[in-house]
Unconditional design. Structure first.
Length: 330
């Protein structure tokens, strides 16, 4: 039995304007099995949201363009489907929770109508039945069904996010993409929303891609982790692989930027420098200008994916052993 739900190979997305080409996603490879949650982690500008929009078929065109690659969902390449075929998949088989609940809801429709709209489009039910199911979905996310006739402005930020989750899960999708679902919320509400998402994921047996900056959120919600930098996955593995045995210098940098409860330190160790300009990416390893271990070879040679232990993959010349060989030659 094949448990593989999503298989992305060499996904490359560019934004082309008259003046420049923005290389947003550069040869992304990612796999996800049924019922698993993968955390997609990286700084702002790493290409996380663009990758999610690529899966959903929502890359704005123009100027966005999927240059090459494949996105196989249940064995079918989504990039080969027409817009009409993708519409049938969006909402029913793949859903997305967008970054800001404040702008994800239509201010002139009641929340019940917005949930019912998704159900009506994808399931063979009339308006009344769809609205009743919308009430059930609100109850499921902890909001009284009687509030289905309220408008978004009558809800707090945390409740709006619950409504957005209800819309995303209304048709019981097999894959849920959550784009920083807790960023706009305060810490206590963040914890509630994460707990709710974990409960619903277990209830519906839904696979999830969780896009976040927060490694604490990843530790709480994910089975696998993919660290993204400059449009590439630089390290991927199980939660234990990444948290207990990180290999890539960028992953070490991310952990070094987090306060530790076990160690006393006067200052954190942030990663020096900034994310590279996507219109002018560095040659060789894209992280080399910021890497404390970079050698001259790193600026010339593009690293390949190395499997350091089964399932734990790293894109780094140090792990390939090439840097050591180069130094021995000298």
């Amino acid at each position: 039995m094949n448990d593989k739900l999503l298989d992305i190979k060499d996904l490359t997305i560019e934004f082309v304007t008259d003046d420049e080409v923005v290389s947003a996603v550069n040869g992304l490879d990612m796999e996800l099995n049924k019922g698993e949650t993968i955390g997609l982690v990286g700084e702002t500008g790493a290409g996380k949201t663009t990758s999610a929009l690529g899966i959903m078929g929502l890359v704005p065109n123009p100027p966005g363009k999927i240059k090459r690659g494949s996105i196989k969902f249940e064995g079918v390449d989504l990039l080969s489907l027409s817009e009409e075929e993708m519409r049938k998949i969006r909402g029913s088989k793949i859903s997305m929770i967008f970054q800001d609940p404040m702008t994800s809801l239509n201010p002139v429709m009641t929340v019940g109508e917005q949930i019912a709209e998704v159900i009506e489009i994808h399931e063979k039910v009339n308006k009344e039945e769809a609205f009743e199911k919308a009430k059930e979905m609100l109850e499921l996310v902890g909001i009284p069904g009687g509030r289905a006739n309220d408008f978004p402005h009558q809800f707090s930020g945390g409740m709006k996010q619950r409504v957005v989750i209800a819309i995303a899960l209304a048709c019981n999708p097999e894959l849920l993409i959550a784009d920083e679902p807790t960023t706009a919320l305060d810490v206590t509400i963040q914890a509630q929303v994460l707990d709710l998402m974990n409960e619903l994921k277990e209830k519906f047996k839904t696979a999830m891609i969780l896009i976040t900056h927060d490694l604490g959120v990843v530790a709480q919600a994910c089975d696998k982790v993919a660290i993204m930098y400059a449009g590439e996955i630089v390290e991927a593995g199980t939660l234990l692989d990444i948290f207990e045995n990180p290999k890539h210098p960028y992953t070490h940098g991310l952990f070094g930027s987090i306060p530790s409860l076990d160690e006393e330190c006067d200052r954190l160790k942030p990663i020096q420098g900034l994310m590279p300009d996507p219109t002018n990416l560095p040659t060789g390893c894209k992280f080399h200008p910021r890497c404390p271990h970079a050698t001259e070879l790193c600026s010339r040679q593009q690293p390949q994916i190395t499997e350091v232990t089964p399932g734990h993959k790293v894109r780094c010349l140090i792990c390939e052993g090439l840097v050591k060989e180069e130094e021995e030659k000298k």
